[in-house]
Ligand binder design. Structure first.
Ligand code: MF3
Ligand code: CO
Ligand code: CO
Length: 265
């Protein structure tokens, strides 16, 4: 069954999403020890690949997706999203988003969080806090009868009140037994607009927040999206299902490490 082109899932489907979401979250939980100055994003991606390969029945959703060749996207500093893991070494104070999507028994678990190499600056700490809170505010809005515009509006209003900006060029998405499905989940918008949320809809919320202007551009590799003004960017992502009275988050961190991933001073 679909509503407004959005699949309405059954009770039993929630279990499949929990299993997939948990695997993705457990992989992110294991990463802090691999993030330090001098480390390469390619090496972090190799650790992720090893963890996926060590789990029977788990496969990466991103390897082979539209020609993408890695088990993660790792987006450092002014990279907004879809950063390609590579040989560049992390520097002290670099902030990075690691985004992992796995398929387990046909269900997709998609989540990302922020990490820091070495010491976090005050400026970056504020960006990470605001971005995390923006996701939480979006999640709190999820409930049958609300609209996707209500979610975007809540996130945008909060972020802009902190004098930061919300990226318009990338959005969250429906998912389930597919990686990307309707609707586009915008992280900005007007209340009451867009499709009405219904129990059984599965989607991600994954706001990207910039310290400067919202504008982005995609580099010549056709993947890496960066802020046009080179300002720092952050992102947090959960996969969720709409329940009778709110939402069920599939990608909660079993270790309680979603935010902060680093040890606060
Ligand atoms: N995980 C990303 C998302 O949140 C999509 C990455 S697609 C890739 O939707 F091919 F770049 F990996
Ligand atoms: Co996503
Ligand atoms: Co993702």
């Amino acid at each position: 069954m679909t509503r407004d082109g959005i699949r309405i899932h059954e009770e039993a489907d929630f279990a499949g999403m929990h299993k997939a979401g948990r695997v993705a979250a457990e992989i992110l939980d294991a990463l802090p020890e691999f993030v330090f100055p001098g480390q390469t994003t390619g090496e972090i991606d190799r650790k992720i690949t090893e963890m996926i390969d060590a789990r029977p029945g788990v496969v990466s959703a991103t390897i082979g997706y539209k020609g993408y060749q890695h088990a993660s996207c790792i987006s450092v500093n002014h990279v907004v999203c879809h950063g390609i893991p590579g040989d560049k070494k992390l520097k002290d104070g670099d902030i990075l988003n690691v985004d992992v999507t796995v398929i387990v028994d046909g269900w997709y678990g998609d989540t990302s969080r922020m990490y820091v190499a070495g010491k976090l600056s005050r400026k970056s700490e504020r960006l990470l806090q605001v971005t995390h809170d923006a996701l939480m505010i979006g999640l709190e809005t999820v409930k049958p009868g609300k609209t996707f515009g209500d979610i975007g509006h809540a996130i945008q209003t909060y972020v802009e009140a902190q004098r930061m900006s919300v990226v318009r060029d990338f959005c969250g998405h429906g998912l389930g037994q597919v990686f990307h499905a309707p609707p586009n989940v915008l992280h900005y918008g007007r209340p009451g607009t867009g499709a009405v949320l219904e129990e059984g809809m599965f989607f991600t919320i994954e706001p990207m927040v910039n310290l400067g202007r919202p504008d982005t551009k995609v580099l010549a590799d056709d993947w890496t999206a960066v802020t046009r003004d080179k300002s720092l960017s952050a992102q947090y992502e959960h996969s969720l299902g709409v329940t009778a009275d709110g939402c069920d988050i599939f990608t909660l961190s079993p270790a309680g490490l979603f935010h902060p991933t680093y040890t606060p001073e």
